[in-house]
Design a protein around this ligand. Sequence first.
Ligand SMILES: [Zn+2]
Ligand SMILES: [Zn+2]
Length: 274
Amino acid sequence: MSYTLKLEIDLTELNNNQKGKFLSEVIKLIPAQDFQSFRRAVSKKTEVYTAFDTEYDKIINIRKIIKLLDDNMMNLSIYQETEEKKIIISLLDLENIIDEFKVIHQLPYFTYHPNVYESGTISYFKDICEVCNQESSFFNEGCYGESDLEVICVHCIASGKAGKEHNVFFNYQYPISFNDDKKVEELNLRTPSILSWQEISWLEHCNDFCAYIGIVDCEGVSHLESELHSDLTIEASKYNLDYGDFKNALDSNIVGHLFKCLHCGKHRLTTDLP
Ligand SMILES: [Zn+2]
Ligand SMILES: [Zn+2]
């Protein structure tokens, strides 16, 4: 049975400074249009954030918002509401919902894009897939190739149905150093693309494509600096920046994309500009 999760927060115990800090963190997590209603709701101490049971991105956001409150003693409730009833659930229940989400919805795993459901690539809305004509809530929007398909469900990407029947692909073919048509086909035809501003090449290592981990800032690469050293140096020189300035720019106008080798575990980095 479908349900809605609703987060309710009471901020009355917080002073204005703490409230301001909390809201300035929330605005980084949720889209601007959601933030306006969030702020209104917080001031009224009502339900501040709602996620339908298929909206994995929003369910994850509920967990992120709750984490922001960790240091503060305050009242929060998570409700699970169906047509028939509305119950309070625990943080553990929320964790279970997140843990089981991909299994319950039978979402495919993508070797080269293992965090695809968290990386911003997948959109969560109800629609009919233009390839299989089935209703789904998990879509990749857009593709390359001869067909201008707009909504393609993750199953039609994973199975290769979209790629084969419609002659479309999801990742550009950049020059690579190894020869393996199967791997190239898996990446281009059966792997959702990376959400980026410019076309970025899918990095490789150990004669294979790496797994795309996601967007990282300076802090996200700081513990990997030694293994990323050559990539960081190459990327810095792309922008004519010295090493230090480049790392600062990763926190502001340059977007870092982190990869990890599937074979030796080495991390790699490329960047683009919004
Ligand atoms: Zn489909
Ligand atoms: Zn490797």
